[in-house]
Design a protein around this ligand. Sequence first.
Ligand code: SF4
Length: 428
Amino acid sequence: MDLLDTLTAKGLRGETPTREEALAVLATTDDELLDVVAAAGRVRRRWFGRRVKLNYLVNLKSGLCPEDCSYCSQRLGSKAEILKYTWLKPGQAAEAAKAGVSGGAKRVCLVASGRGPTDRDIDRVTDTVAAIKEADPAVEICACLGLLSDNQAERLKAAGVDAYNHNLNTSEGTYGDITTTHTYADRVDTVQKAHGAGLSACSGLIAGMGESDEDLVDVVFALRELGSDSVPVNFLIPFEGTPLAKEWNLSPQRCLRILAMVRFVNPDTEVRIAGGREVHLRSMQPLGLHLANSIFLGDYLTSEGQAGQADLDMIRDGGFEIEGMGEGTLPRHRADIAADAAAGAGGGGGPCGGGHGQAAGAEAGTAAAPEAAGCGTGGGCGPCGGHGHGHAAETEAGAEGTEGTDEARTDLVRVRRRGAGTELAPNA
Ligand code: SF4
């Protein structure tokens, strides 16, 4: 297949495909699916070998958000029966983080619901980071606290935070359909603030909100332009009690095509399967590891994942290996870009874009510089949500062989009842 040969050749050189080529990946048929996975898998192995990075979510503050993100179970007016609690104490958060690190996670993602942190909230996170790093100085920490105000990214960096997650979620053209209380431009601004302060930028998307193929390609190219070091790919978990509860638009095949497209557009960037992995990929999860090089271990923010041991078994059974604490995630040339950005931080923090594609000679798994990656989530300010705008559903229904409408699998959506904010042990 000429398309896949072209995409593989570009990916192996670290080059980005054209927009038309990315759209063509999403339009492939189920008969072509394994060829698509094999082609994108070659690109994944070129830059990341067979390593899988494990990340662990700690929801510092759950629910009660004043924002109206349609996909989110923590949104204003959400009727989802999720855990609701205010800020965990640093010791409680460190205890939860320890479970994830013990399970094999090298990155802990500290997430709090809300529009954005106050300066007092930055103090809380600073204390929490200190508690976690006291127990294990090597653990990477990503913060996900919403929209940042001036100087907050710098304060997080000074506190020892390594990365900041803030997802673009969907295309600029449709952002206003899913959220009205802030804008796409607000989100871009926060990613740039984080990057400008020397934090590794983690920013991704949510698929399954009724978006068109064009929307998906738009947001993935925007993330590439933004210079995100890590791209979490969330598949909407249609929580009962949210506006998108009926949006079951994804099949496992569709999810794999989306992951392959994200990999081709971001050949040398961390691609993470985030929220919705178990709900939408289901028994096809192992194929997703041939495309993404990073997943979350255990539970998400407001929903439960499969048992942490099942995550570990899946990785080992597939012939993959868990990325160690001392190993770099990004290939050397990308890690160098991230390190340069961090060294030059303090300025405006514009998108770093560019710089990709010059990777000839760089080898997978040889990064020596501090890597970058990022957080995603699984229910709140990151992975989860979903929404539908009519135009997308119509477009996809008309594309023969390109779409697999999923059946509603509400039986697979389990509200988190263990770990942070409860008396029960975390799943890790
Ligand atoms: S995604 Fe974040 S900002 Fe939006 S409603 Fe959920 S917790 Fe609030």
